[in-house]
Each structure stands twice: as structure tokens, then as C-alpha cells.
Design a protein around this ligand. Structure first.
Ligand code: AMP
Ligand code: ZN
Length: 468
């Protein structure tokens, strides 16, 4: 399996630190708002990487944090007159709902920055002891960037060029030794959440959070560190400096970064205001369509969001789902159990598409080509099965299609349709609940039915229902 490594700017053979195991860290969102579909791109992409690794037989320890202390969270809390914790908790819950709807599996661990402060204090102390960090008068602790000789190795930046860019921007009140030095710990401001430390009451810088959480949950050396390409500099460059200066070991072997999701060929971002939340898209589309759209492009390419491409994704996905449904329908109705010799050959012929799929995924997770292998398998199924096909063949082809779609995080099985008599039974139960003034249960039943596309109408003649 080949993986493009931002460190070497090349595709490299993937060799895990420990045979059969993958330790992977993905930088998660800052939780002060509903996530937008740009944030959803790394979630879907790296969930697919994880799924493919598992498909190949690796045991994957997948860690992804929530940044739950940050200027933007505090600002939102002040605006709403609530605590920062209330804001972060609310949006973590909302983010988890979106992830589930996008079929992004929960990480092995989702650490929260605010729960890991002691590890941060420990790492900062080690850096101070080793001469890689220093505190100034007001208690701010800075990383001594020039002391880390390999600074710039990930972003391929030269320190002197960086310095030139900084020359005239001396921020008043900052007394750091060098303009390249970055914050590890900073003093609290009035009304902000804070923790005690040897330097001042304050809170951590953003970069130290990930170095510490990766170390705690995965160890000092990890296989893969991932995130959006905007994180390469300074976030990931700084993480490398902190972790490698502290631990004296190479932090991550492979650095993987996704390209941006754009809109009108401009980066989709909260600060620009040109974004769609995942929730907004969910009003119009099943989120499987969004996932299919994201995976239709290579993860390192920029991807432009448009209504046309979403429609194309919807149609493409439907072709796959229809083929799967057809296989299931035939399977239910066929009179033949076992595969014939000829059918065994048909099944063996479908192996070629699995090989093509794996070859594409082995080439730096080329999901676009992997999807075309799925389409070829779909076409092959459609042309090779009939009402006379055996249950065994139909089942095997379905499973083959399902296992490839599962790597992409696409769910084939359509929800079972609810039968008329079940609907009538639930309506009767709702009426009884209402009579007993158990309105919670009555509303719950209405929601269950509405999720299944059943609309209730209370009329003078009683409750009427229809399918949406
Ligand atoms: P943030 O909440 O801004 O820290 O972002 C969380 C993750 O989403 C990071 O990995 C970002 O790189 C990624 N991200 C943010 N905006 C986009 C975008 N428009 N396209 C792709 N990835 C993005
Ligand atoms: Zn991070």
C-alpha cells in the first residue's frame, strides 16, 4: 500500500511501526458551531482510510480530538451569556450526530483538550527543562523555535524566509526572544476559563493539545497523523517541534493531508461566511450522497462544491443502490438454491473488480478509481443475473458489493418499509397514550412514524395517515 507523505512529498510504501497495527491521529474540529461540509471532508476521507486499513486486516487505533477551549468558543459563550463548557458540550453532541449521519464511525477515543491539561503541563515543563521553552514576565511560555534544528521539515519552509515575513510585525506587549517562537501556555484574561500552572493561571496554546493527546492515547511514535492541508503550517509543524523535542523520537511516520473543499473555487470557511453546514445539506439530501460526492474526487485534490456535482453523485449512488436492491429482490424470489458450475465461473469473474478496487485504494487511497471499479462490478452484476439465478450466486455477489461499499462507508441495505398494519397499530397506541395524557409517548410515536415517511393528520373523523 502506497501513501503520499507530506514530509517527503512522495508516495511511500506503508510499513507500520508494529506489524498488523496502525496508530492514527486526526486533528478534530474546534467546537463552537455546527460543522460545515468542509470540516466533513477530513472526517469522511480519514474514516475511509481507517476502514480500508481494517479491510486489509490492520487493527486501527484511531484517535481524534475535540478542541474545546479556544478564543472562538469563549467569544460565543460571552455572546450567549453561558459558559464555554456549555458551548463546547453542545457542539460536540451536534458534531457526533452529524458524524453518525455521514456514517463516520466514532474514533477509538475522542479526547477533549480540557481533560488533558495535566499532560500539557508535564510536556511544557519537560520542554522548559530541556531548554526548548521559556517563560516570560507575564507567565506566557514560548517554544524556542530555532533550537529545534529540523523546524520547517514538514511544510518545507526555510526559517530565514519565515523570519523575513515576520520582521516588521512586532506585536506590542510580546516579549518573546524571537518572532518565530510560538505559544505553549498563555495567561488567562478576565472571565476566561483557566487552569493553575507553575507559570501563571492560564490556558494552553492550540498546538500543544494535539502533541499531548497523541502521546497519551497512541504513544511517542505513531504511524499516521492527518488533517486538512491548512494544518500543515503552523499547526503540524509546531506539533512536530514540540513532540520531537520533548520525546527525542520521530513523532509520526506518515503525514497525510486532505485538499480543500471550495465553493465558487474559493475555500469554504466559517470566517469567509461562504459555507453550508452538514445539517443544511441533510435537509435536501441523504448524507450518503455527500459522502459519495466527497469520495468521487481524490482526497488531495481541491474539490468544488456545486449542485450539479451533488446531483451527479445522487444519480451515481442510486445506480449502485438499485443494483444491490435488485440482487436482494431476486434472492428473495428465486427457486434455486445452489450455484451451478457456470455461475461459479460468473462469480470468479467478479474477482477482477475487487482487484481493481484494491489496486486503486493501495495507490494512495484513490477512491475515485475505486468507485469506478464498484460501477464496473454493478454493471457486471446487472448483466449476469436473472430470475433464474441461484440464491447462492446472488448472495455472494451482494456480499462482494457490500464489502467494497462498506470500505467507502456507503450503506446498501434500504430501510425496511413499514407495513400498513404496523402503522395502524402504532396509531392506536398513540391514541391510547393521548387519552392517558402521556403526551411524551404520543409525540415519540409521531416521530417514529415520521422518520419512516408516514405523515399523520388529526381530523374530526379520527387520525388519517399517508406515506410522504
Ligand atoms: P477547524 O474546526 O477549522 O479546526 O477544522 C477542522 C478540520 O477541518 C481540519 O482538519 C481542517 O483542516 C478541516 N477543514 C476546514 N475547512 C475545510 C475545507 N473547506 N475543506 C477541507 N477541510 C477543511
Ligand atoms: Zn491538531
Amino acid at each position: 500500500m502506497k501513501v503520499y507523505n507530506t514530509l517527503s512529498r512522495q508516495k511511500e510504501e506503508f510499513v507500520p511501526l508494529e506489524a498488523g497495527k496502525v496508530k492514527m491521529y486526526v486533528c478534530g474540529p474546534t467546537v463552537y458551531n455546527l460543522i460545515h461540509i468542509g470540516n466533513a471532508r477530513p472526517m469522511m476521507v480519514f474514516d475511509t482510510v481507517r476502514r480500508y486499513m481494517e479491510y486489509k486486516g490492520y487493527e486501527v487505533n484511531y484517535v481524534s480530538n475535540f478542541t474545546d477551549v479556544d478564543d472562538k468558543i469563549i467569544k460565543k459563550a460571552v455572546e450567549e451569556g453561558v459558559s464555554a463548557q456549555e458551548i463546547s458540550q453542545r457542539y460536540i453532541e451536534e458534531c457526533k450526530k452529524d458524524m453518525a449521519a455521514m456514517n463516520v464511525r466514532p474514533a477509538t477515543v475522542h479526547p477533549l483538550a480540557t481533560q488533558e491539561i495535566s499532560g500539557m503541563l508535564e510536556m511544557i515543563s519537560t520542554l522548559v527543562d530541556k531548554g526548548f521553552a521559556y517563560a516570560v514576565e507575564d507567565g506566557t511560555v514560548y517554544f524556542r523555535t530555532r533550537k529545534f534544528k529540523e523546524y520547517g521539515k514538514l511544510s518545507h519552509k526555510n526559517l530565514d524566509d519565515l523570519q523575513a515575513g515576520h520582521r516588521d510585525i512586532k506585536v506590542t506587549g510580546e516579549d518573546k526572544e524571537d518572532s518565530l517562537d510560538f505559544v505553549l501556555w498563555k495567561p488567562k484574561k478576565e472571565g476566561e476559563p483557566y487552569w493553575e500552572s507553575p507559570w501563571c493561571n492560564g490556558r494552553p496554546g492550540w498546538h500543544i493539545e494535539c502533541s499531548v493527546m497523541a502521546k497519551k492515547y497512541l504513544g511517542e511514535e505513531i504511524d499516521i497523523h492527518a488533517g486538512g492541508e491548512d494544518l500543515i503550517f503552523p499547526h503540524h509543524e509546531n506539533e512536530i517541534a514540540q513532540s520531537e523535542a520533548c520525546n527525542g523520537k520521530i513523532f509520526a511516520k506518515y503525514w497525510i493531508h486532505n485538499g480543500f473543499l471550495n465553493i465558487d473555487n474559493k475555500k469554504m470557511s466559517k470566517s469567509e461566511g461562504n459555507f453550508f453546514t452538514v445539517r443544511e445539506i441533510a435537509e435536501k439530501y441523504n448524507l450518503q450522497v455527500l459522502r459519495f460526492f466527497m469520495l468521487s474526487a481524490h482526497y488531495r485534490s481541491p474539490l468544488n462544491f456545486s449542485a450539479e456535482l451533488m446531483e451527479a453523485a445522487k444519480n451515481g449512488l442510486e445506480r449502485i443502490l438499485n443494483a444491490a436492491q435488485n440482487l436482494q429482490h431476486l434472492q428473495k424470489n428465486t427457486a434455486v438454491d445452489m450455484m451451478t458450475q457456470e455461475e461459479a465461473e460468473i462469480f470468479a469473474g467478479s474477482e477482477a473488480f475487487v482487484e481493481k478496487f484494491e489496486k486503486s485504494m493501495d495507490d494512495d487511497f484513490n477512491t475515485a478509481d475505486a468507485i469506478s471499479a464498484v460501477f464496473e462490478l454493478v454493471k457486471y452484476c446487472n448483466t449476469n443475473v436473472t430470475e433464474e439465478s441461484s440464491r447462492e450466486l446472488l448472495e455472494k455477489l451482494y456480499q462482494r458489493l457490500e464489502s467494497l461499499c462498506d470500505v467507502l462507508g456507503l450503506i446498501l441495505a434500504k430501510e425496511e418499509e413499514i407495513l400498513d398494519e404496523e402503522i395502524e397499530k402504532l396509531i392506536a397506541e398513540r391514541q391510547a397514550a393521548r387519552k392517558e395524557k402521556n403526551f411524551a409517548r404520543a409525540d415519540e410515536i409521531r416521530d417514529i412514524l415520521s422518520e419512516k415517511g408516514i405523515i399523520l393528520e388529526d381530523t374530526r373523523e379520527g387520525v388519517k395517515w399517508k406515506r410522504a
